[in-house]
Design a binder for this molecule. Structure first.
Ligand code: VG1
Ligand code: CO
Length: 541
């Protein structure tokens, strides 16, 4: 074991989900080493502890895993459970942490951000409950990054992770495990596989786009090998270092191949995609993109179709910018309903306490109480279970849903890579005038209330402030402005737009048209386009 002197590196502060930086930044010694040692120090050391380790397979995954194993051994860890070839999807890592009652895990991923030497890399610590570290823990890690003066590493040759086996590194045990087996075993417990098999054997056709990312092997094993979907159901199934130069973000803008299939001449009945680390999901019906907020609401409405939820949901939670479609279902079904800040770490306490069993975010994240991360493939399985039980097509299911609950038209407009000062300026001006907005009109809509969202966790009573500016307007409309916490270049402003429609004659409009007054109000309020010189958002979902 060697103790290498080092000194603090500025900016090692995790955002919405872990620390994300350009890959080259992570590759420059001792950036990764400092952060890993700071995680170990911040959680009170790892002597005698067991950690789960794996990543989404992007560029530098393999090298980083070797460094982390050597540092874990030098820091006295008892055991590391690592995915074969260093691969673990985020939900699978969460499951392994829980299944082995381990002391947490390190997940290497920048999730939906592109991968490659000139793209992004990331690292996060998940706690023994399997969920991303809460703010109290990340604060300790940040403190450790500011105080670090050495890191410990074992001088050893690389460990071969190609085979499933048990080995050692000094006194530390290493279990190289199948990335997929335990996860698929868990899925079999949660869903009615016979029902889903029946659906997949009928003339129902589906396609799953793994976007060259980590979900490929999971989706192939589950959908094609276990459930009998035809070979080729899973496309782009082989994980690659740079996601085939793509952007592994499952939305209509980046999942173009899937969107093309779903709107082509002979579209399948059901399409889905997931992101770099397998925790997000996009659902598409024939010629119909389902907004993640609507997907969450539909899953809440029909969850009992799956054996895991046979006894009901108890409660649901959504992130603040997610539409209130799920609230309407919760109200109708008598479920508790919570509104949390953006980021899965805020759902953990509610799930641990049994207050909620289903959670979701507008950014294509949905998950249940089976793990403590959002789970892309799980959401697809729940959809399949519901479609088979209700014997509905996606468009029928949606249209019935909207007739029952109304439709919360929803869209998110992202302005990416804006100079940080410009973005801070826009948000600052808006924040400064929140108090005087009520009563004024924008885009022809009168403001009812305006505030900056803060969250008081009902379980651990922690308070999280500065979680987004929200403006409620007449006509059951709402706009939220928020800065992204996952980017690696400049700042990204996200504008979340929503309006409720109850008129049965107006339930199948294009969301951009249904929301046109709200979109106008957002620009009137913020002046984003005029202040940035941008003509339009970079990404509309
Ligand atoms: C984004 C999403 C948020 C999600 C987070 C991590 O964060 O908006 O809902 O939890 O990414 O998802 P931000 O701060 O950029 O808005 V993932 O799949 O990138 O781990
Ligand atoms: Co992700």
């Amino acid at each position: 074991m060697t103790m290498i002197p080092t000194s603090p590196i500025v900016g090692q502060k995790p955002g919405t989900s872990g620390l994300r930086k350009k890959t080259r930044v992570f590759m420059e010694t001792p950036f990764l080493q400092n952060y890993v040692q700071s995680i170990f120090n911040g959680i009170g050391g790892i002597e005698g502890k067991t950690l789960v380790l794996g990543g989404d397979g992007r560029y530098f995954n393999t090298e980083a895993i070797q460094i982390i194993m050597k540092m874990a051994a030098a820091n006295g860890a008892k055991k590391v459970i690592v995915g074969q070839n260093g691969l673990l999807s985020t939900p699978a890592a969460s499951h392994l942490i829980r299944m082995h009652k381990s002391d947490g895990g390190l997940i290497l991923s920048a999730s939906h951000n592109p991968g490659g030497i000139d793209a992004d890399f990331g690292l996060k610590y998940n706690m023994p409950n399997g969920g991303p570290a809460v703010e109290a823990v990340t604060a300790k890690i940040v403190q450790a990054t500011e105080a670090i003066d050495y890191y410990k590493i074992t001088d050893a040759s690389d460990i071969d992770l190609a085979e499933i086996r048990q080995t050692t590194l000094g006194d530390m045990k290493i279990d190289v495990v199948s990335p997929t087996d335990d996860y698929i075993e868990m899925m079999a417990q949660l869903f009615d596989l016979d029902e889903i098999k029946r659906l997949l054997k009928s003339d129902f056709r589906m396609v799953f786009d793994a976007m060259h990312a980590v979900t490929g092997p999971y989706a192939k094993a589950l959908l094609e090998d276990h459930l009998g979907a035809p070979a080729g159901t899973v496309i782009n199934a082989t994980p690659s270092l740079d996601f085939n130069k793509g952007h592994p973000d499952p939305n209509p803008v980046w999942a173009t191949e899937l969107m093309g299939l779903m709107t082509g001449d002979t579209p399948p009945d059901f399409g889905a995609a997931s992101d770099g680390d397998g925790d997000r999901n996009m659902i598409v019906g024939t010629n119909m993109y389902i907004s993640p907020s609507d997907s969450l609401a539909v899953l809440a409405a029909h969850a009992e179709a799956a054996p895991a939820f046979r006894d009901g949901l108890v409660g649901v939670a959504r992130s603040m910018p997610t539409s209130s479609a799920v609230d309407r279902v919760a109200a109708a079904k008598g479920l508790k309903c919570f509104e949390t800040p953006t980021g899965w770490k805020f759902f953990g306490n509610l799930l641990d306490a049994g207050e909620v069993r289903l959670c979701g975010e507008e950014s294509a994240g949905t998950g249940g109480d089976h793990v403590r991360e959002k789970d892309g493939l799980w959401a697809v399985m729940l959809w399949l279970n519901i479609l088979s039980k209700t014997k509905s097509s996606v468009p029928d299911l949606m249209s019935n849903h909207w007739k029952t609950y109304g439709r919360n038209y929803y869209s998110r407009h992202d302005y990416e890579a804006i100079p940080t000062e410009t973005a801070d300026g826009i948000m600052g001006v808006l924040r400064g005038k929140l108090g005087v907005l009520p009563g004024q009109s924008f885009g022809g809509l009168r403001v009812i209330s305006a505030d900056e969202f803060a969250y008081d966790d009902p379980i651990d009573h922690s308070r999280s402030t500065g979680q987004g500016l929200r403006i409620s307007l007449e006509d059951d409309a709402r706009i939220v402005f928020r800065l992204s916490g996952t980017g690696t270049e400049g700042a990204t402003i996200r504008v979340y737009l929503e309006r409720l429609e109850l008129d049965h004659a107006k339930l199948s409009l294009d969301p951009q048209i249904a929301l046109s007054a709200v979109i106008e109000a957002a620009e009137d309020l913020s002046g984003i386009k005029s202040r940035t010189g941008r003509q339009a958002p970079n990404v509309i979902t």
